[in-house]
Design a protein around this ligand. Structure first.
Ligand code: APR
Length: 248
């Protein structure tokens, strides 16, 4: 299998990767699939938590209606993730960051596995499951410092209630995150899109911006997505098997 995929990486892409000074990598849930993190699509509308579909329990409306229930759901998700580890896909991207001149990593994932693999300055478009944010003062806190004896954790700074520091359905992206990613997309020469169904906007517009600005666009995914048609190269397969094949 490796030899087959290796041969499918064009010489043009190998050369562009070898000489690229300005790379953008955008990832989605698929890059964490080989670590055991479930992906999203394909499960829409099926009950995921106490009879509530994912889109409801993870919504801004739910935050207003029942903050303790939202925490219960995110505590459950953190519990699932706590034992999972980065996979060769995450590790390859972290190595690229040390090898390549200027690599920006943009992720839709909230699992923190890129950072655990050693990636730095990750632009988190949808927040991070391991952080809480105060509803009163806006302070962000690392949840690993919290003992969850109360249903809603309290802000160390002001005593206000915390909410999960993730983007819920119906909410805007964190201030500056999308803008920083879009600026990078406009200037990069090579853009990898890895493990995303490319259907959730505005995140899915980042590779489109890179393509429109002339970047060489590469998709890594076992399935075709709406983005595949505009890519310069599509590598069909798993991130953990394909990304390690790109070494300088
Ligand atoms: N390697 C690469 N890609 C993979 C792998 C793998 N091992 N396994 C699955 N994939 C691909 C699937 O084919 C699919 O195209 O990853 C993609 C996962 O798509 P989604 O589940 O839709 O995840 P994502 O695109 O990240 O979703 C975007 O939607 O639900 C919201 O906020 C949530 O950040 C999420 C956003």
């Amino acid at each position: 299998m490796q030899a087959d995929v290796r041969s499918r990486i064009s010489n043009e892409l190998r050369q562009r990767f070898a000489r690229a000074k300005n790379l953008l990598v955008m990832t989605g849930a698929g890059v964490s699939a080989e670590s055991g993190v479930p992906t999203f699509r394909g499960g829409g509308q099926t009950a995921v938590w106490k009879g509530l579909p994912f889109e409801i329990i993870s919504s801004a409306g739910m935050l207003e209606r029942d903050l303790p229930a939202v925490w219960e759901w995110f505590n459950y998700r953190r519990g699932l993730l706590a034992s999972l580890k980065p996979n060769p896909g995450h590790e390859a991207i972290a190595r690229w960051q040390t090898l390549c001149g200027d690599l920006t990593l943009v992720t839709q994932n909230i699992d923190g596995l890129h950072q655990r693999a050693g990636s730095r300055n990750v632009i988190e478009l949808h927040g991070n499951l391991w952080r809480g944010r105060c509803l009163d003062c806006g302070a962000r806190h690392d949840l690993r410092e919290f003992k969850f004896d109360k249903s809603v954790p309290v802000c160390f700074d002001c005593g206000g209630s915390l909410r999960p520091d993730v983007v819920l359905f119906g909410e805007m992206l964190p201030v500056g995150a999308f803008e920083a990613a879009a600026i990078k997309a406009e200037s990069c020469e090579l853009c990898f899109v890895i493990g995303t169904s490319a259907v959730v906007y505005p995140a899915a517009s980042i590779p489109e911006i890179a393509h429109a600005a002339g970047a060489y666009l590469v998709e890594v995914n076992p399935e075709t997505t709406p983005l595949s048609a505009i890519c310069d190269e599509v590598l069909t397969g798993k991130a953990g098997e394909i990304l390690p094949l790109f070494e300088r």
